[in-house]
Design a protein. Sequence first.
Length: 388
Amino acid sequence: MSDSGIYLDYAATTPVDPRVVETMLACMGEAGNFANPSALHAAGRASARVVEHAAGELARLINCDPRRLVWTSGATESNNLAIQGVLRAREHRGRHLITMPTEHKAVTDVAKALGREGWRVTWLEPEPGGLLPIERLDAAIDDDSQLVSIMFANNETGVVQDIAAIGRLCRERGVPFHVDAAQALGKIAIDVAALDVDLLSMTAHKIYGPQGIGALYVARCDDLSLEPLLFGGAQQGRLRPGTLPVHLIAGFGRAAAIAGGSLLDDYTHLWELRDRLWRGIESVPGVVRNGEADASYPGILNVSAGGLDGESLLLALEPLHVSTGSACNSQSGEPSAVLRSMGRSDELAESAIRFSFGRPTSKRDVDAAIESYRDAVTRLRGLLPEAA
């Protein structure tokens, strides 16, 4: 608990781990590895070694060849590069993209933009718990399908898709498979080879690393190529040109190494916190849990309280820092598209609150959140006009 309140919005952004800050600072200033890693002089070669080390740490976390990683500014850019890059490279084969309306806006907005350009986009609706039935995907794939894009763990509900089954199907049908793993990286064990994933989007700021740095894993496959979004240099095989930010990459690598070493402990910690919170609020009249409880990442708990407005509830919960949904969609004022796709009414979607936990979250924080939520719901319900 901090002086400014209790932070339970770790699905949006995590604090930078002090060990990560230390690694980044070592790259900055005259005594650091600040040189352009593409330069051939000694300082440039030293920076290149820092980048290579970070790539090795991130590659270990997802079990891939570090040479298959492309550095980006974050998962949003990685998603754009993966989707647009693959589809534009394969446009001569067909113009069909398959995804879900429950994806992050960094995927859905790309799909909508491609749709306006004439691409055919199939939106696969989930079951009420948020999971995608594999037979629904199988029926959607046809000869024109060039990419399937399904996120690993949902950023609003925590629902985890059966990535292994989806990957197998895509491999059998010969369609590249892209996964947005921004919410899963460093929190759920990921093995891209075992999961048959062709492209995986990642970001550092969800795993106690710095903002502004991400990566895209691109499998080595003769049938897989990408068109770049940016032009202007030969860095990263011209796929993503520009001078690499050595300090950010070093921070991402250190965060990945820490996450890999604490994966099991972190998962257990979050599981205990989520269950403690749910047990504390499930008896509140009208409260509904959003998302399949048995197939979800434990760092997120999404609940609705029928009849209440989410924004009013959010304000009533202060100084508890939580969210009404995705932070990237918080300004729209619209009910969550994710929850509506899962069959939730506008009333329930509008009252949704997302709690998300992190390494620093304590049982004391959760207990305070329980008390705050119960009090806020009771107080706001008391202000509602009585039914005639």
